[in-house]
Structure formats: structure tokens, C-alpha cells
Design a protein around this ligand. Structure first.
Ligand code: ACO
Length: 343
């Protein structure tokens, strides 16, 4: 059975930067830079322009990962796309990405499967685990795993939505998972979910229980109430559960691999709130040099946080061959996961 390793990483953020002050000045949100930094660590985030969708920003991230893996696009055997902000309700963003990568063109067209993953902030780790299983089983040699979000177009940036609106940003990250006979790669994955909390952090704009699913006015035009249109979150409950679940799943992964936290060279935590990660770091006694963050620059980019961190850490030289890496995420659902890899 081959091992599965991450052969290439890539990322992209849209160029437009929106600072905390701009949220107040340009969007009229009653907030301050100090409030947001103190509670979350976020200083600024990037927003995609009107007309740019999630699969669009995934293209440069995917192309970079493919190039850094040293393969051609046509070497891919599968695409896995994790997002909570897909281009449309359906089809999933994976097929749009496949087309935009040019995989459906010309004589070399390769109609590989495209799977969409809907596990919010844990989506990338769910996708990475699936890719690993596909590679280890021998079904695939190279799988592209993308985590990408255009959150900004679906955020309530008024004062009403400030608790959620100030947190999120747009970004795309990608990795290629490849087969190898070398003794390296993804050692184990540990995923979990607790559907009792499904409504604690949710955007319920599409409610299929309704008939029709979006109520209509007398002219047949869809009417969406603000609490249906915008994501709703019980922030404190999310905060507490994030800490508990991330800590537990990391322990579970360490036990399964016969290692302790001290054997891990780099911790790549999901970036929901800098305070969550600082709490974990403090309680687990993890030194600063073993942790990477990017929430200060990008906000919470949901499925994109871990692959963008991997790409940045690899490109800056912080993540090197031979290091033991722990990737840990928690998000809406609730869902969570931890993946241990020897880089
Ligand atoms: N600026 C100024 N004031 C604000 C802002 C803001 N951006 N956001 C909220 N407030 C106000 C609230 O309106 C409230 O005011 P009130 O007391 O007059 O009603 C006050 O601040 C306190 O609000 P809380 O929600 O109680 O603030 P809290 O200390 O819990 O911090 C936060 C909020 C930062 C969102 C925190 O709860 C948190 O980070 N939770 C975790 C969130 C998270 O991880 N979410 C992503 C999960 S990932 C995924 O799957 C998508």
C-alpha cells in the first residue's frame, strides 16, 4: 500500500484589503479596530471583487499547488473542493474549478471525479482525509484538495451583523496529495461531528422544508428574512466547544501515533479566533516557534485556513521536509478533525 503525502501547496488571496477601520468607515458597522483585535486578533481581511466567485480564486491556488508538486494538471486523478461558500447551490464548485483549470479542453481532456465537501471549517481536513484514503487504496496517484471561500459577498456588514461580519475573509488554499513508496506522509486522520449543535452556527437561506423553499411576495419575487439570509452564530458556545474538541482530537491523534505534543514540530490550527489558539497553545505548553497564524491578515477563511497556512509556512521555509505536522480544525456542524503528517 503506498503512502500519501502532500507534494505541493498553493494559495491565493484577492488583492483588496479591508481593515477593521474600513468596516466602520466604509460599511457603517459600529465597531472599532481595538474591539476586533482584542477579541479575535484580526487586523484586516481580503475581499473578492464583485463578479469573482469561489472557484475563481481557487484557480491560482490550485495552479500553484500543482506546479509545486512538479506535476501537470492532467496528472490529477481527482478534485476535492471544500467550501461553505460554493459558487452556487448546485452544482458544487469542484466542477467549475475543473473547467477553469482547462481539464475539460482539447485532446488531453481528463474528466476526473470532482467531489465537493461541505464541512465548513473542518472541510479541508475532511477533504485531505478522503484524498489520503483514495491514494492509499491505490485508486488515485494525485488528488487536488482545495479549501476556498468567498465569504464577503454573503456577510451582513452592518452593525446588526457585526458579530459574524467582522470575523470572516476570502482566500483559497490548495494541496496535491500524491502516492509515494517513501516512509513519509499522512500518518493518520481523526474526524468527528456532533449534529446536536447543527443550528448553533448556520446560514439557513436555503430551507427546503418550506414550500416554496424561499417565500414569495405577491409578484412571485423571493423574500428572505435577515435571520435566514445571514449566518447566525452563538459565539460563546462555539468558542467553548472549539477549545474542547480541538484539544481532545489532538490528544486522540497523539495517542494513535504513539507520540506526545513535544514530538510535533509544527501545529497548524484552524484560524477562527486567535484567542482560541492562544488558549490551546498555553494549556498544551506549545512554544511560539511551533505555531503558525494568519488570522491577523486574512480573518477566518474557514476551509482555506489550513491550506493557506501550509503554503505560507512552506514558502517561508518554516515548514520543511522531515517535520512532524499536526493540523487541527473545528467548525460549524459541529465538525472537527486532526491530521498528523510527516512532511
Ligand atoms: N464590534 C463591536 N462590538 C461587537 C462586535 C464587533 N465586531 N461584535 C459583537 N459586538 C458586541 C455584541 O453586539 C455585544 O454587544 P451587546 O452586549 O451590546 O449585545 C458585545 O459585543 C458582546 O458580544 P458577544 O457575542 O458576547 O462577544 P464575545 O466576547 O463572545 O466575542 C466572538 C464574540 C469574537 C465572535 C467570540 O464569541 C468568538 O470568537 N467565538 C468563536 C467564533 C468562531 O470561532 N466562529 C467561527 C467558527 S468556524 C466555522 O465553522 C464557520
Amino acid at each position: 500500500m503506498p503512502n500519501a503525502y502532500i507534494s505541493g501547496t498553493g494559495m491565493f488571496v484577492p488583492p483588496r484589503v479591508v481593515t477593521n477601520d474600513q468596516l466602520a468607515k466604509e460599511f457603517g458597522m459600529d465597531t472599532t479596530h481595538e474591539w476586533i483585535v482584542q477579541r479575535t486578533g484580526i487586523e484586516e481581511r481580503h475581499y473578492a471583487d464583485e463578479g469573482v466567485g469561489t472557484s475563481d480564486i481557487a484557480v491560482p491556488a490550485a495552479e500553484q499547488a500543482i506546479e509545486r508538486a512538479g506535476i501537470e494538471k492532467t496528472d490529477l486523478d481527482m478534485i476535492i473542493f471544500a467550501t461553505l461558500s460554493p459558487d452556487h447551490c448546485f452544482p458544487g464548485s469542484g466542477v467549475y474549478l475543473q473547467k477553469k483549470l482547462g481539464l475539460c479542453d482539447g485532446a488531453a481532456a481528463k474528466f476526473v471525479p470532482a467531489l465537493d465537501v461541505r464541512n465548513q471549517c473542518s472541510g479541508f481536513l475532511y477533504g485531505l482525509s478522503t484524498a489520503t484514503a483514495m491514494v492509499k487504496s491505490g485508486a488515485c496517484k494525485h488528488v487536488l484538495v482545495v479549501g476556498a471561500e468567498v465569504h464577503s459577498h454573503a456577510l451582513d456588514l452592518s452593525t446588526r451583523g457585526r458579530t459574524v461580519g467582522s470575523l470572516f475573509g476570502d482566500a483559497a488554499g490548495a494541496v496535491v496529495v500524491s502516492a509515494t513508496d517513501e516512509d513519509r506522509g499522512i500518518r493518520s486522520w481523526h474526524l468527528g461531528a456532533d449534529g446536536r449543535y447543527a443550528d448553533v452556527l448556520a446560514q439557513r437561506i436555503w430551507d427546503i422544508k418550506r414550500f416554496p423553499f424561499i417565500p414569495l411576495d405577491e409578484h412571485g419575487v423571493g423574500q428572505v428574512q435577515p435571520e435566514m439570509m445571514w449566518a447566525q452564530m452563538e459565539g460563546k458556545l462555539v468558542f467553548r466547544n472549539a477549545i474542547e474538541r480541538m484539544m481532545t482530537v489532538l490528544m486522540e491523534a497523539c495517542v494513535a501515533n504513539g507520540i506526545t505534543g513535544q514530538d510535533i514540530d509544527l501545529f497548524v490550527f484552524h484560524q477562527a479566533n486567535l484567542r482560541i489558539n492562544q488558549y490551546l497553545q498555553q494549556h498544551l505548553g506549545i512554544p511560539d516557534e511551533k505555531v503558525v497564524h494568519n488570522i491577523q491578515k486574512y480573518g477566518n477563511t474557514t476551509a482555506a485556513t489550513i491550506p493557506t497556512l501550509l503554503a505560507e509556512a512552506e514558502q517561508s521555509g518554516k515548514l520543511k521536509r522531515g517535520m512532524k505536522v499536526a493540523m487541527i480544525a473545528f467548525g460549524s456542524g459541529f465538525t472537527w478533525g486532526c491530521v498528523i503528517a510527516d512532511w
